[in-house]
Design a protein around this ligand. Structure first.
Ligand code: CA
Ligand code: CA
Length: 314
């Protein structure tokens, strides 16, 4: 009798939990494309299950695999997960990988023209989520990103910007430029999920609302600014427009960057965070990542000024 009651109680509890989880099925088709987690670039919802099936389409039914690039991946470590499955299945036997935590810059490949992504979130603890890009690749051919200047991947209300060759190192001796222009009374907010360039020979310059050849020196970013395994950092324009220019020199290349941009109200302030050349993660970073939802603290620490070298005594 006692055993029967226990089984009944456990059954009720499980039902109550399941009833709260919102499920979503998505289907994507075509030789290439991209999509974000639910509500992206805002934080994903709690208690959510998102199943996305990518199919290359009739022209790619045989002889092709799907290559996945996570241009953004930030989910609550351990508690929120992404499972990738070969084919149209969520069976353990075809599981390619399980992702959790901060894993921007990972790539995976299917063994056929269909792949399934299962994203699950628990009761609490939200992050920015993911943005994944897929591309058809011929079986037996090693995949590499084109090393030319990429255009922005535009989505409804936001865009993804990344260095040439990402995921993969950028090439030497390249110059790429992008213009991000918001409407009146708006600013451009860029969130960097990874940023690593040669310090300080390969540089991303921000011309804030000004022409690229203006006399004013641009703000610039270089070095190991945002590690993909740590939290994101953001950069806010002062005017309604950012002209961005990325240049690399003759030697030494690194992973580059991936960022999401969107337009926000001109009353947003981040107190010039984007000028910090020596950005390093700290426990308060969580607070700086969502200016719409959270209070924006004052920044933070001033860039380190190198010590004047001591003059040796005569
Ligand atoms: Ca969570
Ligand atoms: Ca270089």
């Amino acid at each position: 009798m006692r055993a029967a009651l226990l089984v009944f109680a456990v059954g009720c509890l499980k039902m109550a939990v399941d009833a709260k989880v919102t499920t979503q099925m998505r289907a994507f088709a075509g030789p290439h494309g991209g999509f974000g987690s639910p509500l992206f670039p805002d934080m994903y919802p709690n208690e959510f299950q998102d199943t996305a099936v990518i199919t290359l389409g009739d022209a790619y039914k045989t002889g092709y695999n799907i290559h996945l690039d996570f241009l953004v991946f930030q989910v609550e470590n351990m508690y929120d997960t992404m499972d990738i499955f070969d084919g149209n299945s969520t069976d353990k036997s075809v599981n390619i990988a399980r992702l959790s935590g901060n894993m921007t810059g990972r790539s995976y490949q299917s063994d056929g023209p269909v792949i399934t992504l299962l994203f699950k979130t628990d009761l609490t603890g939200q992050r920015d989520g993911f943005y994944v890009r897929w591309t058809a690749v011929k079986k037996g051919v090693a995949y590499s990103e084109p090393k030319s200047c990429p255009s922005v991947m535009q989505e409804n209300g936001y865009g993804i910007l990344f260095s040439p060759g990402f995921i993969g190192n950028y090439p030497d001796s390249i110059t790429c430029s992008w213009t991000l222009e918001s409407g009146d009374k708006q600013k451009v907010l860029l969130t960097f999920y990874s940023y690593e360039t040669e310090d300080c020979y390969d540089v991303l310059s921000f011309y804030d609302g000004a022409a690229i050849n203006a006399n004013k020196r641009p703000k610039s970013m270089c070095g190991d600014v945002v590690n993909p395994t740590t939290e994101a950092a953001f950069v806010l324009s002062q005017g309604s427009k950012f002209n961005l220019v990325f240049t690399s020199d003759l030697t030494q290349n690194f992973a580059g960057f991936s960022a999401v941009y969107r337009f926000v109200s001109s009353s947003e302030t981040i107190n010039g965070d984007y000028n910090r050349m020596d950005w390093s993660p700290n426990p308060e970073d969580e607070m700086r990542r969502h200016p719409k939802a959270l209070q924006i603290p004052k920044i933070l620490e001033t860039p380190k000024i190198p010590k004047t070298p001591e003059i040796p005594p005569l």
